[in-house]
Design a protein around this ligand. Structure first.
Ligand SMILES: Cc1ncc(COP(=O)(O)O)c(C=O)c1O
Length: 405
């Protein structure tokens, strides 16, 4: 079969593939535990459900404008003022099919083939592929000290004449690291002094722990929003547990937003008006759900830190936010894909290999599951990783056997 060069250069999303594998095993009745997930188990806000139901029962669900409905753009304007202290207007906002599409159409609007996009390692699995889809080149930047936070000087060293944009995700998927104010200030200054786009993927910005406060990149910008190359991406998937609603947005200068809208108009048209109106209701409604989700994630993070701390050889630096703990398992296997498959096969636990995020030897473990699943999943991992452990482990009706050397 003949496929395009682009199609041949893009791999399947590792995380979506693992979700499918999990569903298949679960469907076969296997007592598998998913510690790799990137979506909360909590219910979405009631205000969103009520609004969606109301609109659906009218039976009149039509096309929405390509760049989004005005009431939702206005809600994003209020959100931007509340959480970023910046006054935007609807012309600064595009509503997309998730933060994923907002990032994608933004990249399509700014990149030409051969351009480069710089981002820190570890990175969200989709960044390299999204950049590649635009015919451009991903430039991941690894911290020289081997840690999870490249220095601003390391980001700067990766910039060439071909660099078009820097892409920052803070707090970060997979590491949970929230970059410091100095780092964000540095990257804003770097982009403004070099005339580069800066995409801030803030999808987890309210899901932070230990009494941290979200950082607004705008406070470091010297350029007015309407002339700025700073683009803030956000959405409801994570903070409101609304992954299936597929709504995200970008805030940026009106020319860029217009270009993104044109691309989106030919790609998918506007996202469903039912989903847009229900997201507006969530943004304007009771916000307790965000705090509650955050507290449960923080408590699960603490649980995971404690449990992984009991496995000799695992190194984990304390995540500041997100749904993830990114732990160094290289003492057991430097090949994270092999280790993750081993744990799935022998202990029936799903983890995500660090290599998918640019750091082999690591595994991403999710804080989204129930404390019971986390305890049980890590109990099984501990058993499988301990060469001197018992020859079998009882898991419900099933007996896991130590049938490997
Ligand atoms: C860092 C990051 N950015 C963007 C997204 C996409 O979010 P959405 O569901 O809004 O498309 C995700 C989802 O996993 C993510 O982890």
């Amino acid at each position: 079969m003949s496929l395009s060069h682009i199609a041949r250069s893009i791999g399947e999303s590792a995380t979506l593939k693992l979700n499918a594998l999990f569903a298949e095993l679960k469907g076969r009745g296997e007592p598998v535990i998913h510690l790799g997930g990137g979506e909360p188990k909590s219910k979405c806000p009631q205000s969103a459900i009520d609004e969606a139901t109301k609109l659906l029962t009218t039976g009149e669900v039509r096309y929405a404008p390509a760049s989004g409905l005005k009431p939702l753009k206005e809600a994003v304007v209020r959100y931007t003022e509340q959480f970023y202290g910046t006054i935007a207007e609807p012309k600064n906002v595009i509503i997309s099919g998730g933060a994923k599409q907002a990032i994608m159409v933004c990249l399509q609007a700014i990149l030409d083939p051969g351009d480069e996009v710089v981002f820190p390692v570890p990175y969200w699995v989709s960044y390299p592929e999204m950049v590649t889809l635009c015919g451009a080149k991903p430039i991941p930047v690894r911290a020289k000290d081997g840690g999870l936070r490249p220095a601003i000087s390391e980001i700067e060293s990766a910039i060439t004449k071909k660099t078009k944009a820097i892409l920052i995700n803070s707090p970060n998927n997979p590491s949970g690291v929230m970059y410091s104010e100095e780092f964000i200030a540095g990257v804003v200054e770097l982009c403004e002094s070099r005339d580069l786009y800066l995409l801030m993927d803030d999808i987890y910005h309210r899901l932070i722990f230990d009494d941290r406060k979200p950082i607004s990149c705008y406070q470091f910008s010297k350029v007015a929003l309407n002339d700025s190359k700073l683009v803030v991406i956000n959405g409801v998937s994570k903070q409101y547990a609304m992954t299936g609603f597929r709504i995200g947005w970008a805030v940026g200068n009106p020319d860029l937003i217009k270009a993104m809208g044109n691309i989106q108009g030919h790609q998918t048209s506007g996202t469903s008006p039912v989903m847009q109106q229900s997201v507006r209701a969530a943004l304007d409604g009771d916000q307790h759900c965000v705090g509650e989700l955050c507290r449960s994630l923080e408590s699960n993070r603490n649980l995971i830190i404690g449990l992984l701390g009991e496995i000799d050889g695992v190194k984990l630096s304390r995540p500041d936010g997100t749904f993830y703990c990114f732990a160094d398992f290289s003492a057991f296997d430097t090949d994270s894909t092999a280790l993750s498959s081993f744990l799935l096969k022998k202990a029936l636990v799903v983890t995500v290999p660090g290599v998918e995020f640019g750091m082999d030897g690591y595994l991403r473990i999710s804080t989204c599951g129930s404390p019971e699943d986390i305890r049980e999943g890590i109990r099984r991992m501990r058993w499988a990783l301990d060469d001197d452990g018992p020859g079998s482990l009882q898991v419900g009706n099933k007996t896991l056997l130590r049938d490997w050397k």
